[in-house]
Write a protein that binds this ligand. Structure first.
Ligand SMILES: *Cc1c(COP(=O)(O)O)cnc(C)c1O
Length: 428
């Protein structure tokens, strides 16, 4: 494949945009080469500026669970745009999508819309702190909750006492209120709670982790967190930005039958437009301004184009009784196919999967947390990534990412992918 125009566009972008990209995950830093510039996309495929076609396993990092340029979403946005793109006044549409989301997700009475998953998580911990009148939070190494200061905290053995900033610009003062635990390790969480008695406002977790590859919660992990939170008057926050409206209508809460106190959304909920949201029972949500003292706001929050896209997406997911089953079946088919060819080619690997989230790790150790996720062989991943790209398959340019499966994928697309993996893994 030729990437002449992408390469030229990247050179031009680098002059005026740091690293040539508006979000670092789009750069090819981890895999080498220059990013591919998208021109258009339809269904399961994305087309680049050089005219290459790729079977897309990124799908805008999640939102396109029903495929690119999904007609009901596109039509809704076009129709709304003709009526004005933003008002800074409430609209009926906001109540419609809120009511639908509340009806789909267990345990929530009210929801507030923001513009990104980052904003949702950032606002959720402020709300939790305001509600509990406590300052500290526990997060898990390898879980991503957006780029607000409190969450950019690195793992380290000093975590039991003080977090350490891992991005310059995050102050030590902020970092000390974020305690780090190891995913799937309840004893670790217990110890943190012990040492910080009555100081912890919330535990925030990706209930199925998707930002260190896909890492499922072990049996009892989510239930254990629920119990510890209830016993210690800590709010449990499920960051369902990736899993929400992807793994089930009601997300992980429904799938694993564990209820959170606050739930964060993003990605699918916006149908491809910039939307995030956070939700909880009324008692908690009523703490928010203008009802309560916890301030949170946004000039473009609840934007009519974004809400129209989100509503069309949620409606489609709500009305299709089989969509989550189909997504699961397609992903299971892909998983079985990859197992077969990687085994045949004597590749050392682990596959993790929950529903339509799947990741391939090039190491023999089961991937259960950040430490084990980090053990993967990056050199092999690089060859895997570029090999698949050359075959017309676009997966995330990082070994720490989940593949995002879309319902637009056909079984022919999946076979095409499995054959490509067979071919590429023969060269390892
Ligand atoms: C993507 C993601 C976020 C951040 O959402 P943005 O819209 O990129 O700000 C937060 N949490 C999880 C679990 C995510 O996957």
């Amino acid at each position: 494949m030729l990437y002449q125009r992408s390469s030229q566009l990247f050179i031009e972008a680098e002059q005026v945009i740091p690293g040539g990209v508006n979000s670092p995950v789009r750069a090819f830093k981890a895999v080498g080469g220059t990013p591919i510039f998208a021109k258009s996309a339809k269904g399961a495929y994305v087309y680049d500026e050089d005219g290459n076609r790729f079977v897309d396993y990124i799908n805008s990092w999640g939102p396109m669970v029903l495929g690119h340029a999904f007609a009901p979403v596109v039509d809704a946005v076009i129709e709304k745009a003709k009526l004005g793109t933003s008002f800074g006044m409430p609209t009926e549409l906001e109540t419609q999508i809120a009511a639908l989301a509340v009806s789909m997700v267990p345990g929530i009475d009210k929801i507030r819309f923001v513009n990104s998953g980052t904003e949702a998580c950032m606002s959720a911990i402020r709300l939790a702190r305001g509600f509990t009148k406590k300052d500290k939070i526990i997060k898990f190494a390898g879980c991503y909750h957006g780029h607000s200061d409190s969450f950019l905290i690195q793992a380290g053995s000093g975590a039991v006492t003080f977090g350490a900033p891992n991005s310059p610009g995050v102050t030590v003062g902020t970092a000390k209120d974020t305690l780090l635990a190891s995913y799937n390790d309840l004893d670790n969480v217990k110890a943190l709670i012990e040492v910080n008695k009555n100081e912890i406002a919330a535990i925030i977790v990706e209930p199925v982790a998707g930002n260190m590859g896909c890492v499922p919660p072990m049996n009892g992990f989510l239930e254990g967190l629920r119990k510890l939170c209830t016993e210690n008057e800590i709010l449990l926050i499920f960051d369902e930005v990736m899993t929400g409206f992807r793994l089930a209508k009601g997300g992980v809460q429904e799938l694993y039958k564990v209820t959170a106190d606050i739930v964060c959304f993003g990605k699918v909920i916006g149908g491809g437009l910039p939307v995030g949201a956070f939700a909880a029972r009324a008692e908690i949500m009523n703490q928010l301004a203008p009802l309560g003292p916890v301030y949170q706001a946004g000039t473009l929050s609840g934007n009519p184009l974004a809400m129209a896209a989100g509503l069309a997406m949620l409606k489609a997911l709500n009305e299709d009784e089989n969509v989550f089953k189909r997504l699961e079946e397609k992903t299971a088919y892909l998983e079985a196919g990859i197992h077969k060819v990687l085994q045949n080619n004597n590749v050392v690997y682990i596959i993790n999967r929950v529903g339509s989230m799947i990741s391939v790790h090039f190491d023999a150790t089961p991937v259960v947390d950040f430490k084990t996720a980090a053990k993967g062989d990056n050199a092999t991943f690089r060859r895997f990534f570029h090999g698949l790209l050359a075959e017309g398959i676009y997966i995330a340019p990082s070994a720490y990412e989940t593949w995002f499966i879309t319902d637009a994928l056909t079984y022919e697309d999946l076979d095409f992918t499995i054959n490509a993996i067979d071919k590429v893994s023969k060269t390892f």
